[in-house]
Write a protein that binds this ligand. Structure first.
Ligand code: CAA
Length: 701
């Protein structure tokens, strides 16, 4: 008897229930259990139909991803599905929660499908660098048509059950009592003499697909799918669904699936899937810690950042106070918020009425006393310690006991800010990334005295507002910006050594970053970077390296502040968003290099990539040494969700594992020799050195 699959006979219908928490993923035990259950029904003549359903919160959420990349134990998913398909009993899948990937494929292997009105289905494998490898690419186009199926597989988006029913993937919708409804449906089908329908028997007429259709799809996703392996394989499989008989299409799909599963791209994406979930686990937080209630939020500072932060809460129906020094500033800020929401109207995401309801959740105020009933206050003013301390001491005076006081600082010492209050246990950092209403990362900065329940509350809240929360300890720049310094440092040095702006940017873009470091500086504002540097110099927290900062300072002196002023490292003529290289910058860089006596040489793309990334990896290792990040995979999550590091490379630490930690370490040591190490830039972190010596890796999957 299976421990996770049980069979209950109700008249002439067998109810086969999978109960494998948390999400009924198709593990070895599930595969074995389902095969046994369906084979067991063969001898039972009184049973004429089988309902396949799941206990717990959801129908099957897919194949068990933790088995991938290793030898799959026990019977395969294909064997399980073939057993269902071969069954002499009429099969009905009963779907609640989410039927995803192998879950939907299992449902499609059944003769009929019934789903709760609230259920959703989808083939999200593309997010894991995979394709639906258990018949999905062959069956979904047969059921719903080539274009909708391809769109579902390339986007990986979930589809609501009513919509899926409209499309043809679901036969019946139930409002409640799913299993009873499924049994009744099976009985109805038996009574009406319904046949055992197989989606695989449907033939797609190749003439129904317009000439050149697949190439059009390729062109339309080219930009979004740059660097990913799976999307092209999905397209090829759907082409096979159109052109090959079902069984041959399945074989073709299986081969492409194996290529995907063995690809480094999928290894990177699967790593990020588990890394994202691991990030929510904080080892020293008691599991049963009582969370604080967050019913009202206040955001101090109504600029772009403050407005974006506030939108996260309003979008979830939480009222927000918008606080600033004068009413005009708040009005301006709310105008930007309104314009952002209004874009959703154009895209059909919200109605005019919903927009007004959302705006109704904002209360503008210049008076801190109004914040007395706020449960969470997030300060989002510009980076200035004195100002932040003043704000926190004012908050301390007016906020109710137990209110969480958060700062959105991207660099400053949260312990020092906390000490400006009489309740440092309620203070922590909530570092949002711009645009704050869109970027998925939230760095949650745990200060020395932050109370466990305050931290746990903000972790939970981050998920509620659709963010991925990652805990960081206190250090300059926390996890992300501290590593960014190493990246930018080497990019600037290579510029001075002979590489060109566009050459460095292209190498990093080709690696998979959304843009290179100089295009990024232009976007953020070259002056912003210079200002931060100057403050660091004043604070004496930077090595006294005359090469650093020199180029960006000259650029600002030239009146070039980046995209916003039409010129920075690049020229942006007529409001262009993509810059063109400018010989004037090249000349200025060479002039500065000559002045500093820096020898010029040719630098190739491989060196650009390793010199940009290896300092980040080394700083990542220091961050682990110091306990700033809980685990290496948290660093990967920060870089993927905060800085656009390509998920198919798995984040910087996973990338180091893929290259080989020893190879990264050796290269760092080699740079220490060849580039000089006057400022300690290439001192390998002890953590990295130990891993390299022991043959270990940052992540142990
Ligand atoms: N395999 C193994 N573990 C899984 C899993 C899967 N397919 N899906 C979820 N889990 C685990 C998570 O790792 C997590 O574990 P921990 O509690 O130990 O961290 C737990 O289940 C709960 O998951 P979430 O925290 O994500 O819970 P949620 O309620 O927020 O979301 C979900 C639930 C929507 C199902 C989400 O987990 C999800 O999207 N899962 C992945 C779905 C997917 O990609 N399926 C396709 C798999 S590949 C496949 O099926 C290939 C094929 O064609 C054969």
């Amino acid at each position: 008897m299976s421990s996770v699959v049980s069979t209950d006979i109700r008249g002439d219908v067998a109810v086969v229930t999978i109960d494998s928490p948390p999400v009924n993923a198709i593990s070895k035990a599930v595969r074995e259990g389902v095969i046994d259950a369906f084979e067991g029904l063969e001898g039972q003549d009184g049973v004429r139909a089988a309902v396949l359903c799941c206990a717990g919160r959801t129908f099957i959420a897919g194949a068990d991803i933790s088995e991938f990349g290793k030898e799959i134990p026990g019977p395969t998913l294909h064997e399980m599905l073939e057993t269902i398909e071969r069954s002499s009993k009429l099969s009905v899948a009963a779907i609640h929660g989410t039927a995803l990937g192998g879950g939907l494929e299992t449902a499609m292997a059944c003769n009929y499908r019934i789903a709760l009105d609230s259920a959703r289905v989808g083939l999200p494998e593309v997010h894991l660098g995979l394709l639906p490898g258990a018949g999905g690419t062959q069956l979904l186009p047969r059921l719903v048509g080539v274009a909708p199926a391809l769109e579902a597989m390339l986007s990986g988006k979930m589809i609501t059950a009513p919509k899926a029913a409209e499309m043809g993937a679901i036969d019946k919708i139930a409002q409640d009592n799913l299993v009873d409804a499924a049994v009744a449906f099976a009985e109805e089908l038996l009574a009406s003499g319904a046949e055992q329908k197989y989606a695989g028997d449907i033939v797609i007429d190749p003439a129904s697909v317009p000439e050149g259709y697949f190439d059009q799809v390729r062109a339309s996703i080219a930009r979004k799918s740059r660097g990913y392996f799976a999307p092209e394989q999905i397209i090829k499989c759907v082409e096979a669904a159109v052109n090959l008989p079902y069984r041959e299409g399945r074989d073709f799909e299986r081969d492409r699936f194996m290529e995907c599963i063995n690809s480094p791209e999928s290894a990177g994406q699967r790593h990020i899937f588990f890394a994202e979930r691991a990030a929510s686990k904080i080892p020293d937080l008691p599991k049963d810690v009582a969370l604080r209630d967050i019913k009202k939020v206040a955001v101090i500072g109504s600029g772009t950042m403050g407005g974006g932060i506030a939108m996260n809460f309003a979008s979830k129906g939480i009222p927000v106070y918008m606080v600033d020094v004068d009413e005009a500033a708040i009005e301006r800020g709310l105008g930007v918020v309104r314009a952002n929401y209004a874009r959703g109207i154009k895209k059909g995401r919200i109605t005019e009425e919903q927009l007004e309801q959302l705006m109704g959740l904002f209360t503008p105020t210049t008076d801190y006393a109004a914040l007395a009933d706020a449960d969470l206050v997030i300060e989002a003013v510009f980076e200035n310690m004195a100002l932040k301390k003043e704000i926190f001491s004012r908050l301390d005076a007016v906020c109710k006991p137990g209110a969480i006081l958060a700062t959105n600082t991207s660099t400053l010492d949260v312990d020092e800010i906390a000490e400006a209050t009489s309740r440092p246990e309620d203070v922590l950092g909530m570092h949002f990334f711009s645009p704050a209403n869109i970027m998925k990362l939230l760095e949650i900065v745990r200060a020395k005295k932050t109370a466990p329940d305050a931290l746990a509350t903000v972790m939970k809240l981050s998920k509620m507002i659709g963010k991925v929360g990652v805990v960081s300890g206190v250090c300059y720049g926390f996890i992300g910006n501290r590593m960014l310094e190493g990246y930018r440092r080497e990019a600037t040095l290579m510029l001075l050594e002979g590489a060109r702006v566009e050459q460095i940017d292209k190498a990093m873009y080709d690696f998979g970053m959304p843009m290179g470091p100089f295009a990024m500086a232009d976007l953020a504002g070259v002056d912003v970077g210079v200002k931060i540097r100057k403050e660091r110099e004043l604070a004496g927290t930077l090595p006294n390296d005359p090469r650093q900062g020199v180029i960006s300072e000259r650029i600002v002196e030239m009146g070039r502040l980046g995209q916003k002023s039409g010129a920075g490292y690049y020229l942006y003529e007529d409001g262009a968003r993509v810059g063109t290289p400018d010989p004037a910058i090249e000349a200025m860089v060479r002039e500065e290099a000559a002045r500093l006596g820096i020898e010029q040489r040719t630098i190739d793309a491989d060196e650009i990539v390793s010199r940009c990334l290896y300092p980040m990896i080394n700083i990542g290792a220091q961050i682990l040494d110091e306990g700033i990040a809980i685990r290496a995979s948290d660093i990967d999550v920060v870089w993927v969700y905060g800085y656009g590091f390509p998920p198919y490379r798995g984040g910087p630490m996973k990338y180091a594992d893929m290259v080989g930690v020893k190879a990264v370490y050796d290269q760092i040591c080699q740079y220490r020799e060849s580039l000089g190490n006057e400022f300690g830039y290439w001192d390998p972190a002890p953590y990295l050195e130990n891993l390299a010596e022991s043959g270990g890796s940052f992540n142990d999957e």
